[in-house]
Design a protein around this ligand. Structure first.
Ligand code: PRX
Length: 655
């Protein structure tokens, strides 16, 4: 959050209580909420036990609610359940003919699947996986556009106990190869392409390139998104490649969901930390599904009559918990849109809401700011009266954007749920409850029942009203990450070594006099560009891998639309004979990062410099670079700087 936004949030005292009409019909009433809070405070395990009993289907009940051996947790120990069964089979009797998915392609195509049809597809694909020799706990990479087959693939993995790892389709072949290698995946599921802003994203070509660096993959399955049925002749044979459509046409639609242990690994999802190496966040079965189910019911107030749309891609955790698992477990009708928000124009989202009578809509602040900038004319062309609830996720929403969303999209009648959570938390931790909580624009408000959050100083002591500090979670929760894939030590060090006995989120926050939480942004070297999480080190390593670069330092700086943008300070290798102009090299480096990571990591600004500001012990002083990139005066201490002249030179360049 920029300084300006922090400042404006401190003076934010507007309060938006839920309307009586909304409160009356809400899934969670005030009295139920109060009971839940009391139970969580007085009987923590009983609280979770009741909720697990009431909200999930179990093949076998658990022996013990929680086994906590900090920092490792096991929830609903020895219970047996299945995510796909909970998302599909248990709805068939009552909702078999209800729409489960409404899919809209970027080129206006539309496909709908009822719960019965989705169940059939998932059973068929489960058999496909089994016939290819996939066993429980085998890892499967899903690198696909947002098409119904992607959801089918995810659910089929969970049905047979394979561990999926969805890789965002915007990631490069390098990033894909890293993730395949780290997870030692046996199978890759992809498509011959996807549509994004009218262009074809060459997913299959990226897979072919990535696989040159991987040895574990035995098979590849390709969905024909661009050509209905990609012919084997267009497909390489090493590893063996199959057409999705051909495999499905021969597969049986009968499959019994496997009874899996509560702690069976469900998926890994790679996300950026403070090093150059992305980490595979591991979630497990029962606890994750329980919290996905409950939060969707409480926060999005899902009803059978709703058309629910979360605009996230399945490549991010929001696309896992609130596009697929949470809503389907609640038997909701989920809308999926494959394409870009501004294709063919800035009215696309509003047209989709209008035509499909979307009632619950969940998106990111960066999108809201971009829509606000594009102008109200795009909004006014469409009827948005079907909307009854709005959500926001991924980064702090500035009060101005909140108000724009409230007035122009919600027509001043829809509650807005500003939801704080992380890939690691699996589900929402802090959020208004739409029939209960009075919202303040820019605040995620209060922790949910059962979630024990605090703001503490570096000693672990709770801070007072409006004092900034570290956001921590003080008790384990069912959907918490179990570890970092293959690296228990990094898990312990990253999340459990900063503040004794608490999970360290890496966010700075403050709590106001009413106890409301205001998340201010990351306090580590993680940046949020358009809500996407990146590590400055990841971008630095990519820059340094270019032959002309000796050293690079990357920082985020405030951007009105993206929240943060990337600025890189680069020193060139002196021994390389360089006949390129700086302008050409800037272009080349931007392309290089795009190729290595993906376009989300492309630096906005690149400055060449002879030296970087370092301490006498050689540590780059990023704080000073952040000041320069943001055009701020340096306020902090510069006495540890090795050479003060470096700073002056950099400032001159920026001006
Ligand atoms: O900094 C916080 C920010 O996003 C981070 C988590 O990023 P990621 O794992 O990619 O998950 C994004 C979707 C859940 C957090 O550490 N963040 C997320 N939601 C909010 C937020 N910051 C402020 N307000 C939010 N509502």
């Amino acid at each position: 959050m920029s300084e300006k936004n922090i400042e404006s949030s401190l003076h934010e005292d507007r309060l938006f209580p839920p309307s009586d009409a909304f409160a009356k019909q809400a899934n969670l009433s005030k009295s139920e909420y109060e009971k839940l809070v009391k139970k969580a405070n007085t009987d923590f395990e009983g609280f979770w036990s009741d909720l697990a009993n009431e909200n999930l289907h179990w093949f076998k009940k658990w022996d013990k609610v929680l086994d906590w051996n900090e920092p490792f947790s096991k929830w609903f120990v020895n219970g047996k359940t299945n995510v796909s069964f909970n998302c599909l089979d248990r709805h068939l009797e009552k909702r078999g003919n209800k729409k489960a998915l409404i899919w809209i392609g970027e080129n206006e195509e539309k496909k709908e699947l009822t719960y019965k049809e989705l169940h059939e597809e998932v059973c068929k694909f489960s058999n496909v996986l089994i016939n290819l020799g996939i066993k429980e706990k085998d890892r499967i990479i899903i690198y696909m556009p947002l098409v119904p087959e992607a959801v089918v693939a995810m659910l089929a993995c969970t049905r047979i106990g394979a561990v999926h790892s969805v890789v965002f389709g915007g990631f490069s072949q390098e990033a894909l190869a890293d993730r395949i290698n780290d997870s030692k995946a046996k199978l890759v599921i992809t498509a011959d392409g996807g549509y994004r802003r009218g262009q074809i994203v060459p997913l299959k070509i990226n897979v072919d390139e990535a696989l040159k660096k991987c040895t574990t993959v035995e098979n590849v399955i390709v969905v024909g998104r661009i050509n209905n049925n990609p012919q084997p002749s267009t497909i390489n044979h090493q590893p063996l490649t199959f057409s999705w459509h051909e495999l499905m046409s021969k597969s049986s639609a009968i499959h019994k969901a496997t009874e899996l242990d509560s702690e069976h690994p469900l998926f890994t999802l790679y996300t950026s930390g403070t090093t150059g190496k992305p980490k595979g966040i591991l979630h497990s079965t029962a606890g994750y599904l329980l919290w996905a189910t409950l939060t969707t019911k409480w926060i999005f107030d899902i009803k059978d009559s709703d058309i629910y749309w979360c605009s996230a891609d399945i490549g991010w955790v929001t696309g896992h918990t609130y596009v697929v698992y949470g809503p389907l477990s609640n038997g909701a009708t989920v809308l999926l849109y494959e394409g870009a928000p501004n294709f063919p124009d800035w009215g696309r989202f509003w047209k989709i809401i209008n035509e499909n009578k979307v009632s619950v809509f969940y998106t990111a602040p960066t999108a809201i700011r971009a829509f606000a900038k594009a102008g109200l004319d795009w909004v006014k062309k469409y009827d948005l009266s079907s909307l009854r609830l709005l959500g926001s996720v991924g980064e702090p929403i500035n009060p101005e954007a909140w108000m724009w969303y409230h007035e122009n999209i919600g027509n001043k009648k829809c509650p807005i749920v500003d939801t704080w959570w992380q890939t690691e938390t699996g589900g929402i931790m802090i959020s208004p409850l739409p029939g209960i909580t009075s919202s303040k624009p820019g605040s995620a408000t209060l922790p949910l029942p059962g979630i024990f959050v605090d703001i503490v100083d570096s000693e672990g002591k709770s801070t007072g009203p409006n004092e900034g500090g570290n956001l921590v979670i003080k008790k384990p929760w069912p959907s918490m990450l179990r570890t970092i894939w293959g690296d228990d030590e990094r898990y312990r060090k990253t999340y459990w070594s900063h503040i004794k006995g608490s999970y360290f989120a890496g966010d700075g926050a403050r709590r106001d006099k009413d106890g409301y939480y205001w998340v201010l942004g990351r306090i580590d070297d993680v940046i949020k560009v358009s809500g996407h999480r990146l590590s400055t080190m990841e971008v630095e390593s990519s820059l340094v891998s270019h032959p002309s670069v000796a050293e690079a330092a990357v920082v985020g700086y405030p951007d009105d639309i993206k929240g943060e943008a990337i600025c890189a300070f680069v020193t060139k290798k002196s021994n390389i004979k360089n006949d390129k102009t700086d302008e050409d090299l800037v272009k080349e480096l931007k392309e290089h990062v795009t190729k290595e990571i993906g376009s989300i990591a492309r630096p906005e600004k690149i400055h060449f410099t002879d030296a970087l500001p370092k301490t006498r012990s050689g540590k780059i002083m990023r704080r000073l670079l952040r000041d320069i990139a943001s055009g701020r005066q340096t306020t902090g201490d510069t006495t540890t700087l090795e050479d003060v002249n470096v700073l002056e030179k950099l400032r001159e360049q920026e001006e």
